[in-house]
Design a protein around this ligand. Structure first.
Ligand code: DX5
Ligand code: ZN
Length: 224
């Protein structure tokens, strides 16, 4: 069953703990945390101390998306702070296989992310190592951008390779997901769906989460 992962990038940072607890009470199991360094992407967000504080107020799984130039240097600190999944960009990892294995040996699940301009083929030789693959459907750095349609082809290609190779990693998508397009990304093969502004820029984020989760489940039920 597909899962919606709310991205806190669009949440009210003055009351992050409360926002997470409300989502957890609404049935949310995994939350997506965006880490930006002002270098790999033109924006800055949070570091390990924020994750460590949030770890104390929720049991939800933390899916930590590192948009930073040197993930090898910082991944262990994020894992120590409480990251369950650590996602690194293919574009930032010259030794991607080594980076993924290092994350796993530090005790987290290792995910890999590709930008809109990076083809799925770049991941061919790590598909049997990764614990998840995230296809960016916007250029990373900001919430609230428009969905890039080519990401659907990438999701389909990835789903096909996954089937052909008999692999199990979840396929994740991030950026520009709305109530209108969530069914389409699920039908293409996305299983973990990150959504920021469509959830937090509403009057009732837990209700928006539940509505999107329902739309995703309905789409999966008729995908078969
Ligand atoms: C963008 C981040 C996303 C962002 C998505 O670089 O990786 O996780 O929060 O936000 P929306 O859902 O508003 O596009
Ligand atoms: Zn993200």
């Amino acid at each position: 069953m597909p899962e919606i992962l709310p991205s806190i990038l669009s949440a009210d940072f003055a009351r992050l703990g409360g926002e997470l607890q409300a989502l957890e009470a609404a049935g949310c199991r995994t939350v997506h945390l965006d880490v930006m360094d002002g270098h790999f992407v033109p924006n800055l967000t949070i570091g390990p101390p924020v994750i460590e504080s949030l770890r104390k107020v929720t049991k939800m799984t933390f899916d930590v998306h590192l948009m930073i130039t040197d993930p090898d240097r910082y991944a262990p600190a994020f894992i120590q702070a409480g990251a369950d999944h650590v996602l690194v960009h293919q574009e930032t990892c010259p030794h991607l296989d080594r980076t993924l294995r290092m994350i796993q040996s530090e005790g987290a699940r290792a995910g890999v992310v590709i930008n809109p301009a990076t083809p799925v083929a770049m991941l061919e030789d790590v598909l049997d190592v990764v614990d998840s693959v995230l296809v960016m459907s916007v250029n990373p750095g900001f919430g609230g951008q428009s969905f890039l349609h080519n990401s659907l082809n990438k999701i389909r290609r990835l789903a096909m390779r996954k089937r052909e190779c008999g692999l199990q990693f979840p396929i994740e998508i991030d950026g520009g997901i709305t109530m209108e397009n969530v069914a389409e990304v699920v039908r293409a093969g996305a299983e973990w769906i990150v959504a920021g502004s469509s959830i937090f820029h509403t009057v009732n984020p837990p209700a928006a989460f539940q509505q999107m989760q329902r739309l995703a489940h309905d789409a999966a039920a008729i995908r078969v």
